[in-house]
Design a protein around this ligand. Structure first.
Ligand SMILES: *Cc1c(COP(=O)(O)O)cnc(C)c1O
Length: 432
């Protein structure tokens, strides 16, 4: 299969090139030139499978023409080694729990898959590959943990100083080995800009092999299509469902849209934002106006210029009218998010994290107008990851899952830098 650039559909690359480069040479994003459409029998087979088995089938369908089946199966099984159960929260309303991986967030799916695919493609190289990743929270921990000790790969995690929770910070600043954390004296957008500048810098590119582990890398966002199928497979046959997707960089949403292209029956998608509502505004007005991001308690959605938005435009040939047929926009303030967490906990006995809470509210709202549909909201992280917000809202102490508690005791190690490209480049050149 070939992958084209969203900036120029004639510019085609192999899977290997696309995964190694992250961003296309013309700065567009890679998209699959065609996606396999699953037949009825394959889909029905999913009903008896958990995520790991579904993932193997789907990764062979997507990437099977580029990687031998035995290798692909092995690396997929290694990467996707946990399930994503559907949990009923209310009548006709389900949480798709995506947080059962090692760092308790959905980004484990894409990050673990990308790490192994990258390692597969670079095994024969005699120089290190440098993975650059900007994080507003969970990406850093998922990517760092996904790549930890993978040979031949060095990871540099950039994060906004004071912009991630203490626990999130611990998850990527305490690993050591091939993982370095850079604490940037600026915002998440600054971090993302520094990473983007590296990829445009031909001189730097000539001196070291760079790639991105942000959801601009297609091997990170595409595997996220797997769990949309897993959600469907857990519903009663014939159920008409929609997905409510708490969104930041829109990798998760793009994966859902690709799943739909692969034949997944989806009634509609809810595009859910916090106060950073550039996409909600676009859906209303047809105008896309990126803005500096605003900090919220759902910080993994604090994105002012979503990097996958071009992929969504591309999927619908840049036609606003077609996009709004499939995507409905919602956005919530921190106050509303807190209300949802408290209400759902009190009335349904289910504890949402701040991101999932936005998805819940949008799904509940949409379902009021469409009671015949079943709503699935993506629970993108374990609530304990945001313990400092959640505990205050529910008024009860929470116990930290062991996997998280283990990080809290370790010592932070980070390189402090200004949001200055020259300084960042110098740091990188010193790491060759
Ligand atoms: C990254 C993240 C999101 C946003 O996902 P995108 O794919 O960037 O839209 C939502 N919730 C949590 C917990 C996240 O970590």
């Amino acid at each position: 299969m070939h992958y084209y650039s969203t900036s120029n559909r004639e510019l085609k690359s192999t899977l290997k090139e696309a995964v190694l480069r992250g961003l296309a040479p013309d700065r567009g994003l890679y998209m699959p030139s065609s996606v396999p459409v699953l037949d009825r029998k394959t889909m029905e087979g999913f009903r008896n499978m958990e995520l790991p088995a579904i993932a193997v089938t789907l990764s062979n369908a997507l990437f099977g023409s580029d990687i031998p089946e035995s290798e692909l199966t092995r690396l997929t099984e290694e990467a996707i080694n946990f399930d994503t159960p559907l949990v009923q929260v209310d009548e006709g309303l389900y949480a798709l729990e995506l947080f059962h991986g090692p760092t308790l967030a959905f980004k484990d799916v894409g990050a673990r898959f990308l790490a192994r695919l990258l390692a597969y493609f670079t095994r024969a190289l005699d120089e290190d590959i440098h993975v650059l990743v900007a994080t507003s929270g969970d990406t850093g921990s998922a990517v760092a943990n996904g790549f930890l000790d993978v040979e031949g790969i060095k990871v540099h995690v950039l994060y906004p100083s004071g912009g991630v929770t203490p626990l999130q910070e611990k998850q990527f600043t305490t690993l050591g080995s091939n993982i370095t954390a850079l604490e940037v004296n600026g915002s998440f957008d600054d971090c993302q800009r520094l990473v983007k500048e590296c990829f445009m810098d031909e001189e730097l590119g000539g001196q070291m092999k760079l790639t991105s582990a942000n959801s601009i890398n297609l091997a990170r966002f595409l595997p996220q299509a797997f769990y949309y199928f897993r959600a469907w497979a857990q519903l009663e046959p014939g159920t008409k469902a929609f997905f409510s997707v708490p969104s930041g960089n829109y990798g998760n949403m793009t994966a859902g849209l690709v799943a739909r292209e692969m034949g997944l029956p989806v009634h509609t998608f809810l595009s859910v934002n916090n106060l950073n509502k550039v996409v909600a505004s676009y859906l209303l007005t047809g105008k896309y106006s990126p803005r500096p991001s605003i900090p919220t308690i759902a910080n993994a959605m604090d994105v002012g210029d979503p990097s996958n938005f071009d992929r969504i435009l591309d999927l619908f040939d840049h036609q606003h009218e077609r996009i709004t047929r499939h995507l409905h926009g919602y956005s919530y303030t921190d106050k509303e998010i807190r209300e949802v967490i408290a209400e759902v906990y009190r009335e349904k006995g289910y504890l949402c994290d701040p991101h999932g809470a936005t998805g819940y509210r949008a799904a509940q709202t949409y379902r009021k107008e469409h009671p015949e549909l079943t709503g699935i909201f993506l629970e993108t992280a374990h609530p304990a990851k945001f313990i400092e917000h959640v505990e205050g809202v529910i008024g009860t102490a929470m116990e930290l899952p062991e996997r998280l508690a283990a990080f809290a005791d370790r010592e932070k190690q980070a390189v402090f830098i200004q949001p200055d490209y020259k300084e960042f480049k110098e740091y990188l050149l010193n790491r060759i």
